[in-house]
Write a protein that binds this ligand. Structure first.
Ligand code: SF4
Length: 414
C-alpha cells in the first residue's frame, strides 16, 4: 500500500457531511465501478456517444451498440460523413432515433465551428444539437474532469434519499435544489488534490472495514492502474450514477452495503422505499396496429417511414392503426384495394412508446396482383437484412426467416 492521506479537517457540520459523502463515494467507486468499455477512455467523442446511447436505455443493451459504433465510426469526422442508412443501421433497435440524427448534426457542427474537435467549454458543448444540461455536464466532467454537475434519474434517486427530500424532484424548486446539491458535491470533489480512482486491487489494499471507518483518500500509482487516470470530478459524478444503478435502486435498495448509509436521511427515517416522490405517471393508452406481410416471387413488400415522423427513415411492413371493430380482412381490402386470397396470423407483438401500449398483429397476406403502395418496394430477404427496421417490425422480419437480430426494447438506464 502506498501513502494514505487523511481527509481534510472539517469546518462546519454541513461541510463535514459533504466531505464524508464525497470521500466515501470516491472510495467506493474506486473499488466497485463496473468495467464498462467507455470507461476505458476519456476521448470526449467516445464519452459523448455512450451518453447519447445510454439515454432511456440500459447499460447491457448499449455495450454491443457502442462497441460496433466505435469500430465503424471512430471519429467525429466519420460520424459527420456517414450516410443516413449507415447511421440508422448502427442504431437499429436502440429506439429514439432522433438521438442518432442529432448526433450527426452535432458532429457536422463540430467540423464547421470547432475545427473538427470536441469543444471543451460547457456552453459550447450545451449548444450542440441533442445535448442538454445533463449530457453536457456528463461529457465535461467525464472527459475533461470539469466540476459540472449531472442530474439524471439515478442521481435524482440517490440525492433525494441521501438528503431526505420529500417534494417532487421534477417540480422546479426541488429540481433546482437537486442541481445545486449535485454541483456542490462535484465542486467539492474538484478541490481534492489526490485522485481516488484506480484499480480495484489498490482500493481493496487500502482496506475498507465498513462505512463507520474513518474514510481516507489515497495517492494512487497510476502506472499500475489498468484504467485511464480519472479525475475526481469524473469519478464523483460517475459514482452517483453507479450508486443509483447498483445499490440505490428504485425498489429494495441495498442500504446495508451502501457506502454512505451512515449519512443517508432516508435510511435514518426509513423512507428509502418512498423516495423520490414522483408525480403519478400519466394514464396509458392502448393502440392496435395491423401489419401485412405480402410476398411475391421471393420478394417482400416494405416501405420506408418518411423523415420527420416517429421512426422516420426506418423501414417497416405495410401497416395501419385499426379503428374499433375493423377486421384484418376489411383492413387489407381498404389498404390494398382488394381482398386477400389468404390471410393467416403470423405474430402478435406488444411494446410501449411513451404512454402508448401498442399491440401489433402481423398477418401473412396473399395478394396475387398487389402493386406496391406509392412508397412501397418489393425487396429480397437479403436486401431487407441490410436496411434498418423499427424494433417491432424487425421482430416480424425474424419470424419470417430473414437473417436478423431481435432487438432489445429500451426501458431505462441501469
Ligand atoms: S443508504 Fe440506502 S437509500 Fe440511502 S443512499 Fe444508500 S442505498 Fe440509497
Amino acid at each position: 500500500m502506498r501513502h494514505l492521506m487523511p481527509v481534510h479537517a472539517t469546518h462546519t457540520p454541513q461541510l463535514a457531511t459533504k466531505e464524508k459523502l464525497v470521500a466515501r463515494l470516491l472510495f467506493w467507486f474506486a473499488a466497485h465501478a463496473r468495467d464498462l468499455p467507455w470507461r476505458r477512455t476519456s476521448d470526449p467523442y467516445a464519452v459523448w456517444v455512450s451518453e447519447i446511447m445510454l439515454q432511456q436505455t440500459q447499460v447491457k443493451t448499449v455495450i454491443p451498440y457502442w462497441n460496433r459504433w466505435m469500430r465503424k465510426l471512430p471519429t467525429i469526422q466519420s460520424a459527420a460523413k456517414a450516410s443516413p442508412a449507415k447511421l440508422h443501421k448502427l442504431w437499429e433497435g436502440l429506439g429514439y432515433y432522433t438521438r442518432v440524427r442529432n448526433l450527426q448534426k452535432a458532429a457536422r457542427q463540430m467540423l464547421a465551428q470547432h475545427d473538427g474537435k470536441f469543444p471543451e467549454n460547457f456552453a459550447a458543448v450545451l449548444a450542440l444539437p441533442g445535448i442538454g444540461r445533463y449530457t453536457a455536464g456528463a461529457i465535461c466532467s467525464i472527459a475533461f474532469d470539469q466540476p459540472t454537475p449531472i442530474l439524471d434519474g439515478n442521481v435524482i434517486r440517490v440525492l433525494t434519499r441521501l438528503y431526505g427530500i420529500t417534494t417532487n424532484p421534477r417540480a422546479q424548486k426541488t429540481n433546482s435544489r437537486l442541481w445545486q446539491l449535485a454541483g456542490e458535491l462535484v465542486h467539492h470533489a474538484s478541490r481534492i488534490t489526490h485522485h481516488v480512482t484506480g484499480s480495484r486491487s489498490i482500493a481493496r489494499a487500502a482496506g475498507s472495514k465498513g462505512a463507520d471507518d474513518p474514510i481516507r483518500l489515497m495517492a494512487i500509482d497510476h502506472r499500475r492502474s489498468p484504467q485511464p487516470i480519472l479525475g475526481n470530478c469524473s469519478a464523483l459524478n460517475q459514482s452517483l450514477m453507479e450508486l443509483g444503478a447498483l445499490l440505490c435502486t428504485p425498489r429494495s435498495p441495498d442500504c446495508a452495503g451502501c457506502p454512505v448509509n451512515q449519512l443517508c436521511v432516508a435510511r435514518k427515517q426509513n423512507l428509502q422505499e418512498k423516495l423520490p416522490k414522483l408525480a403519478k405517471p400519466s394514464k396509458t393508452t392502448a393502440r392496435r396496429f395491423i401489419a401485412f406481410v405480402v410476398e411475391r416471387n421471393g420478394r417482400l413488400l416494405v416501405r420506408q417511414r418518411p423523415a420527420g415522423t416517429l421512426n422516420g427513415h426506418l423501414w417497416e411492413f405495410p401497416n395501419l392503426e385499426t379503428p374499433a371493430g375493423a377486421t384484418p380482412r376489411q383492413l387489407a381490402r381498404t389498404f390494398f384495394g382488394r381482398a386477400p386470397t389468404k390471410l393467416e396470423p403470423l405474430a402478435t407483438l406488444k411494446h410501449s412508446i411513451t404512454r402508448y401500449r401498442i399491440t401489433l398483429e402481423a398477418f401473412r397476406a396473399e395478394l396475387p396482383n398487389a402493386h406496391p403502395q406509392p412508397d412501397g418496394k418489393w425487396l429480397t430477404r437479403g436486401q431487407l437484412h441490410k436496411l434498418a427496421f423499427t424494433s417491432a417490425h424487425k421482430k416480424i422480419l425474424a419470424r419470417i426467416g430473414a437473417p436478423s437480430i431481435v432487438s432489445a426494447r429500451p426501458i431505462g438506464r441501469h
